[in-house]
Design a protein around this ligand. Structure first.
Ligand code: ATP
Length: 237
């Protein structure tokens, strides 16, 4: 499976008859089977970039290559579950009945730690559990490419850490590319094979992390150094 490529992509919004360039000449390779993290301050254009890649929104200039052939899934900041469906039905929602692979779904439910909540309804779940269902739903769809827009930002520190580990675990067993938006530097360092710093609609810098996510120690000198570098990149000039 090939990756996705953005070539000189720009997006304008018109607000009060004034044209505002939200993304400006984005050139970006999103490699196959890896996690690419878009990191930036609030309002820098992260969600817009994700929406353009997903096809939810049109771009004004440039090209986005390699998306048409992909099976795509989206995980939002809020869980967007159907309150009238139980966990299993929420996860398989969107998959044709005859294509439901029950063994695979069970494995995914187990990986995200919801085995005992198979038949529970969203109202019976905590925020973290609901977000687990959203992630399981995305993977159950068997996608080539998942876009995640700050999916863990509403969770407390420990739940967030647990979810990051679960995401890495489930990503390892599935062959798919992930484009993950966050404003947390630590989250980017934990998850990203590639970290892209977005600043006022332009790519300011990009970093590739070769070390396997499972063995990363953010207190290690090289990660502390990289974090300082990223903080510098994010400082407004
Ligand atoms: N539909 C729209 N119409 C007009 N302006 C928009 C629209 N959507 C986004 N914008 C503007 O585009 C800019 C980037 O928004 P975007 O949501 O992509 O930022 P973001 O980096 O995801 O921010 P956050 O981290 O706060 O979610 C903002 O200035 C926002 O006001």
């Amino acid at each position: 499976m090939d990756g996705i490529k953005l070539v000189n992509v720009s997006k304008f919004y018109t607000v009060e008859k004034e044209s505002m360039k939200v993304l400006n000449g984005i050139d970006l390779n999103i490699p196959a089977n890896k996690i690419t993290v878009i990191l930036g301050r609030s309002g820098c254009g992260k969600t817009t970039l994700l929406r353009l890649v997903s096809g939810l929104e049109e771009f004004d200039q440039g090209e986005i290559l390699g998306t048409n052939s992909k099976r795509k899934a989206y995980v939002f900041q809020e869980d967007r579950l159907m309150p009238w469906l139980d966990v299993k039905k929420n996860i398989t929602f969107g998959i044709h009945n005859k294509n439901i692979d029950n063994r695979k779904i069970d494995r995914i439910i187990e990986t995200v730690g919801l085995k005992k909540f198979y038949s529970a309804y969203p109202r019976q779940l905590s925020g973290g559990m609901k977000q687990r269902v959203s992630i399981a739903r995305a993977f159950a769809y068997d996608p080539d490419f998942i876009m995640m827009d700050e999916p863990f930002s509403a969770l407390d520190f420990f739940t967030r850490e647990q979810m990051q580990n679960e995401l890495l675990k489930i990503h390892q067993t599935s062959k798919c590319s992930i484009l993950f938006v966050t404003h947390s530097i630590d989250e980017a360092l934990i998850l990203g094979d590639k970290i892209v710093i977005l600043e006022k609609g332009v790519i300011k810098s990009q970093y590739e992390i070769k070390e396997k996510s499972s063995t990363r120690d953010l207190l290690d000198d090289k990660f502390v150094k990289l974090k300082k570098q990223i903080i510098d990149d994010l400082k407004v000039i």
